[in-house]
Design a protein around this ligand. Structure first.
Ligand SMILES: [Fe+2]
Ligand SMILES: [Fe+2]
Length: 311
């Protein structure tokens, strides 16, 4: 890693989530003979008016202009996991930036129904795989990418669930590996940032949309330690924490990257800009929230706040 004496700021990155790219053309009837039918109707009647291509284009442009060192995306690029949506999302990723500069984890919509790896998440493998890792199945999570002083740990909580459910889980094997990798990365004194789609603090969302093994996830974080957990799924900003012996680990969620207007309990499009620096031999993390100015279709600073890190 870079030395602790490096000038401020040491590293910057953006976090966005839940772009829910627009479905480009009507899917064939056969592909809708499952949970997708409900999802497609929901897209046609509600979601299509919320998630706008031009808002997402403005957001990606604003992040490009910010020239951050890295970009983290916490899932839900698609709506009903059609093979065409995965291809479209790959085109979007390619236009956004190179795979080594963008770290992606999938969301529940990206696993809406079971789709073969090569036609679904496999399309995004370059953006998800860990350093030096081959990625051939959803079982290849967690991923670890080291960039500057930061280790991004990618977790998949995405798997198909019954109609009307949007739950996720990490699973025992992935949790065990996450804990082991976090402990190793902690010994290397890296700033450990865990990326997961579902919010891991119980009660953040209704049970039908929750992370089923949130308790086990929090226990693993408490044992191994982490500096920050970032998530999406809620389509709104939230700032919570997981208690650990070294102090609370911040858990921060971001609004959807494509939401045109406020809807229900969700927010207009936002993204988060983080700056990592060193202060008195400690990590310092600052968050700047940038939100949509709908009239000008630009993003402006909404709030700036320091994020207290565990000791
Ligand atoms: Fe979402
Ligand atoms: Fe989600």
């Amino acid at each position: 890693m870079n030395g602790a004496e490096s000038p401020h700021p040491m590293f910057t990155f953006a976090h966005l989530s839940d772009p829910h790219l627009a479905i480009q053309s009507a899917p064939g009837l056969r592909s809708l003979m499952n949970k997708r039918l409900i999802g497609y109707l929901s897209w046609r009647t509600k979601r299509r008016a919320i998630h706008e291509t031009r808002v997402l284009a403005a957001l990606t442009e604003a992040i490009k202009q910010a020239e951050t060192d890295h970009i983290a995306i916490t899932g839900d690029l698609t709506n009903i996991a059609l093979p065409a949506e995965f291809k479209e999302a790959r085109r979007w990723l390619d236009g956004f930036g190179p795979a080594q500069s963008i770290t992606l984890v999938p969301g529940n919509h990206d696993a809406y129904v079971g789709v073969p790896w090569s036609a679904s998440l496999g399309q995004w493998a370059d953006y998800m795989r860990g350093d030096g890792q081959q990625m051939n199945s959803p079982d290849d999570f967690p991923t670890v990418r080291i960039r500057g002083p930061v280790a991004f740990i990618g977790i998949s909580s995405a798997h198909p669930s019954a109609p009307h459910l949007a739950v996720g889980s990490v699973g025992r094997e992935q949790l065990a590996e996450m804990e082991q990798r976090l402990a190793e990365l902690g010994r290397e004194k890296l700033l450990r940032i865990v990326l997961i789609h579902h919010p891991p603090v119980p009660g953040t969302v209704k049970p039908r949309a929750s992370l089923l093994d949130a308790g086990d996830f929090a226990d693993a974080i408490a044992r191994a330690g982490a500096e920050l957990v970032l998530h999406g799924h809620t389509h709104r900003m939230s700032h919570q924490a997981i208690k650990t012996p070294r102090g609370p680990v911040p858990v921060i969620g971001v609004a959807s990257a494509s939401a045109r207007a406020q809807h229900a309990h969700r927010e207009q499009a936002q993204f988060h800009l983080y700056t990592v620096s060193r202060e008195a031999e400690q990590w310092r993390l600052d968050l700047e929230i940038r939100g949509l100015d709908e009239s000008a279709l630009t993003f402006r600073t909404v709030r700036k706040l320091p994020v207290p890190l565990p000791a």
